[in-house]
Design a protein around this ligand. Sequence first.
Ligand code: SAH
Length: 254
Amino acid sequence: MSAHAVVFVGAGPGAADLITLRGARRLAEAEIVLSDALVDPALRALAPQARWVDVGKRGFRDSTGQTRINALLVGYARQGLRVVRLKGGDPSVFGRLEEELQALDQAGLPAEVVPGVTAALAAAAETRRPLTRRGDGRSVGLTTAMTREGRLQAGAHADTEVYYMAGRQLAALSRRLREAGWPADAPVSVVSRAGWPDALASEHRLADLAAASVLHAGRPTVVAVGVGATAVAQRPRAPETRAPAATPEQTPSP
Ligand code: SAH
């Protein structure tokens, strides 16, 4: 086990085999695992020796839930137990990692973070739609459509924008994206339960994004809009460019 009292581990988006080897090793050494609801139950086989506490359950999702999770993390770590905090996807992406790191920091307890495959990447893999494209797909935004006040917000900042937590509001998201300047015929790729055996993907134009609601209802869903949402087959092949000779300070850009 690392010397850290608490290890945050990204479980990846779905099937248990999408966790990293390092994450699996930390689980094998854990005495307590505090896990999210989205995490695949098959991951339990990686830590059969540990006590599992499901903090994704009702009761942890209310306004006091985060405070209770923070208190549990600190409490178990202070007892000298090896604690793994297992989070869906990557802990650094919409995972409330900041609050939990701050709680540990305030208690003087060291923490380690093990990355995981975030939903946007799993969706790109699922649909074989690369998130970056040579030439016109140079930037990617990971965005939550919901503000803290529960308002829906959308923009046009990156060549490809991937929206998390927007599955229930696709009609409103479509409207907001058009207001933000995306054309009505912009390609949109919607993927739910990416990385799971029952993953579902659909493609749309921005104007008819609402049609995806029924298909993906009740499932964790990401919505990609822009260059990275386009099927590879629908795009002309990018011309080969010769990279300039690299100097010691320069490596050829991809
Ligand atoms: N830390 C996670 C995100 C947590 S927020 C990560 O890195 O992926 C929860 C949101 O993530 C869901 O509302 C949904 O938008 C997205 N999500 C999580 N798992 C998903 C999956 N398997 N397929 C599609 N979207 C997923």
